[in-house]
Structure formats: structure tokens, C-alpha cells
Design a protein around this ligand. Sequence first.
Ligand code: HEM
Ligand code: SF4
Length: 578
Amino acid sequence: MAGTPETPKESKVEIAKRKSKHLRGTIAETLASGATHFGADDVQLLKFHGTYQQDDRDVRQARRKQGLEEAYSFMVRCAIPAGVVTAEQYLALDDLADRHANGTLRVTTRQGIQFHGVVAGDLKATIAGIHGTLLTTLSACGDVGRNVMCCPAPLADEAHVTLRTVAAQIAADLRPKSRAFHEIWLDGEKQISTQDEEPFYGDRYLPRKFKTGIALAGDNCIDVYSYDLGLIAIIDGGVLQGYNVVVGGGMGMTHNKPDTFARLAEPLGFIDPAHAVETARHVAAIFRDHGNRSDRRHSRLKYLLDERGIDWFRELFRAATAFDLQAWRPIPKPSTDDHLGRHPSGDGKWFYGIYIENGRIKDDEHAKMKSGLRALVKKYRPGIRLTGTQNLLLTDLDEADLDQVEDALRSYGVLPPTELSAARRYSMACPALPTCGLAMAESERVMPSVVDMFEEEFTRLGMRDEPLTLRMTGCPNGCARPYTADIAFVGRRPDVYHVYVGGGIPGDRVADLFAADVPKPDLVTTLRPLLTAWSKQHLPTESLGDFYQRLRGLGEPRQKITGKEEPTGTLIQLEIRT
Ligand code: HEM
Ligand code: SF4
């Protein structure tokens, strides 16, 4: 049972959770009233149910001037362990997007799917509709165990199948047990007593979100070091040996606050395959009992680990578990496969990975991605896997179908990944404006044009096809994991970004602040000396991030970056001999 004594210091959100009758609040009453939006406490509770109240920021000022209320709508997110979706589920989601949302689906950076623009009156139909497909929005957001990520490659060997199952088991184990979700959205019967509804979480749930990912030693396509808990599967001779466990990662920080930071998860030890679910529960329990509940800016597990240290954490973990936490096993430096294009699944079938710009599945003047995918899913009834890089894989295809799939996509304006520049293929951006209430600058809407500019630069330098990650977020919360990218732009204010450099595709170090407060039109020129030097002086297969780190000469890769740093750009440029 959670140790949740009432303390005078608890934050407003803690109070809202505690008084919510296990996530009920007054959500049902507000829905029934036909209101366009919810009160502050319910807005917090709605997150646990998988939805964020938002308003259209493009029209916010104008509406306020006219004395109108905000144009409220809701983002609705599905939590999809390991990103596994069936053809039937996909078609149902595609249909829901047209009926209740803004006609687009968004593949998220954590293997979920989001809808935007759902109005309050459609919220129930949307959430119930998703539930009807046997997917769920429960715990897609909120202070609970979030979606559990896992390498999406549909490889048929036993070890890969086990990992996907374990992802689903951890997700189910950490899902809230309150009947509130069924009562509110599915018209389930009201419970008479709500006393023992959450045997694990108690009445205040976790101090903040808790993210878990499962990667493979050697393939970190899910960015495993970015999460509160990471399990790194070690497979030998096709057999799963167990997991190296890492804890305390997290991306979010606040500009100019040196006591907030992005941090990579650090090694805890090695566990046998049978103990994955229990490990997740025990790590989450330590967070539940010791995490900061008064200041949400310092609530994440990473702050607890930073303050108390990994040895303290390991001791608590060992005391709570009956099984052996073994010594960390050496693993190779990770690389990352984006799984795009054609690949055999190992059982005679094939899968085909499709690049989706910023994860937004839509029809527009450039491409009819949404119609194209719907047509392909209808025709081939493939399995679907969402990747952790906002892309999508079609699985269970026959080799003979691959050319037709590629031709069909091309006819909808969707290019094969082999024809994309590396800058575009590996790029990611968060939604930001107009939906996200926290955005300080544009992200998804301007990223395609920013990638255009860099594509041109890399082509000029003869580096068009050199793999590198380019990421953008509208604020420092880091939803598109900017701090592990080769290059990232993090919004400061409209049209102005901090530029980070020095992460990389393997995701095992964080970037430095390279240049502060750079206007969007100057992004390329700010980086030009470094990019030029890279093009001329890089060692064979040396990525931009690796090259930068060599110039920087820090030795050990950086594991943490705070919200207030001195930019390194000037320093580095002095050393560039072009
Ligand atoms: C303090 C930290 C954070 C806050 C307050 C926050 C809040 C939000 C909000 C409000 C949205 C909705 C935006 C929209 O769809 O309009 C969002 C989207 C999202 N966030 Fe975060 N976020 C935080 C950090 C993170 C981090 C570190 C990750 C992942 C490593 C993450 C993963 C996501 C994902 C997957 C989405 C969906 C859109 C996408 O794929 O880009 N968030 N977040
Ligand atoms: S990074 Fe910031 S702007 Fe982008 S979606 Fe997350 S919270 Fe919003």
C-alpha cells in the first residue's frame, strides 16, 4: 500500500488526486452538463484517462479580445505497449479520427497514437470507441506507469516475442485498477465502495509520470536511457538471458533553472528474464514512496536518484525483492535500427517500415498518407507496429507484395525511406503549436521547412546520406527527446531556439547547449562551421555527434544537462580548422 501521509507541503495536483475518489472527480457530471471544458482539478484527472484539455492557441488572443472563451478541444492518446496494433484496430482508429477528431492520427515518440481536436461532446464516443477496439487510453498520460515501449521489429524468434509480451505485462501490471474509467467512459456500474480500488497506487498515485522501455543490447531504437526505467534485453544464441536494468532517465527540464535537468538512466544491475514485471513494480514502488510530492518540477525519479544516489536506490530495491539483483553485464555500445524499408521477419514473412513526417498521418497537398495507409491496410490486412521514432511498420507481408506496397505508397505521394535524406529520415518534432499549452515556439509545423534548409546544407557538403538525428521541440519538456539527438532545437520564444549538439543515434549520451537563443532563419548559419568541419575532417563512419564530442574532448560521454548552461559553440569553433 502506498505510503501517502497527508503533508502540509503537498502540491495542488497531489491534493486533487487525493480528493478525486480514485480519478473520478466531477468528470462525469461535467460531461453530462454539456460544458465545453473542465475545471482545474478535473483537467489533472483527465490525464490519467488519456486526455489533455487544450485550446487552439492560433485563435486564443483574438477570441479573448472578442470576449469569447478559449476554443477548447482535447488531445486523446492511446497507450499501446510495444506499439502493436492490428489491421482492424488501425482501421477503427482511422475512422475515429475522421468522425471525432481533426482527421489526422499522430504516431507518438513513445509508440502511441494521438488524436487532436476532439471536442468535449465527442470525448466519450472517442474514448469508448478506442476501448471498443480493445486498445485503451487509460494511463496514456498522468502520474502512473505510462506506455511501455519495446523494439517494434516483428521478428518471429522466441526472444523477440517474449519481449513484446513482457512489455504488455508490465503495462497491465502498472495500469490503474480504479473502476472510474469504466464508470465515466463506458457507462459501467458505479461501485459502492472505492476504498481498496488501488492496492498498488493508493489514493495519490505516483508523484509524477513513470516511463518504461525495453530495448535490446545492440539496438536502442526506443531510446531506452531516456526513461525512468529501462530493461536492456541480452539475447545469446536466440535465447533471452535476462536484462540489464537502468533507472532514472528523463528529458524534461526548465529553461534557466540549473536545478532542473535532462538525464540518462544509470545502471542498477542485471535480472533474470522471470523478474521483469516484478522489477518494474518495485522500481515504481520506490518512486511512489520516496518521490517528491510537493514540487512537480522535481518529482521525477531522476531527481530522487540524483539526490540520494544509485547505491541508496539499489539497497532499497534489494530489500524489497526476494530475487537476486545481479551484477551489470557488459554490453556493446548500442546502435539503432530505424526498421524502415524492407526486412525479413524470420518466419518467411516480411515487414515494411514507412517514414511518417513527425508522425502525423494526414492527407495534404504533398502526400495522401492517411488514405494510402488505409488502402494498404484494407488490402493486405497486415499487422501494424508503431516505432519510437514516430514511424510505422506494416508486418506479415509476403515478399511478392513488397514492390506493390512500395508502388502503392508512391502513388499516394509517400516516398520509400531509401529516397529520403538522412536529415529527414531520422528527424522528429513534438506537436507544440497550436495544441500544446506549454509550447513557447513552433515545432511540428516548422520542422519540415527546417529540415529542408539542413537537407540543402548537407547536400552541399556531400553529407546528405550520413545518418544523424535532427529533433525539435516547442519547449524544454523534451517530448521528442531532443537532448539525445545529434542536433536539436528547443523553443525559447516564437521563432527562437536553443541549439543543442552532441547526442547521437545510439542515445547513450546527452547533447551540449551549443548556441543560445538562435532565431530560426539563423539555425543553419550557426551550425555551418561545425557541419563544414565535420564534412572535411570526420573519421570513417564518424557521426556528427561523435565528431563534436572528439572536438570537445570531454572524454566520458555526458549523462546530464541542466536548464542553465554556457553555450559551447564559440569554444568549439575556435578549434575548427576548415
Ligand atoms: C515535464 C515534462 C513534460 C510535459 C509537461 C509534457 C507535456 C506534454 C503535452 C501537454 C503534450 C501534448 C501536446 C499535444 O499533443 O498537443 C505532450 C506530448 C507528448 N509527450 Fe510530453 N511532456 C513532457 C515530457 C515528455 C517527455 C520527456 C517525453 C518522451 C521522452 C514525452 C512524450 C510525449 C509524447 C510521446 C507526446 C505525444 C506527441 C509526440 O510524439 O511528440 N513528453 N507532452
Ligand atoms: S515538448 Fe513542450 S511544446 Fe512540445 S509537445 Fe512537449 S510540452 Fe508541448
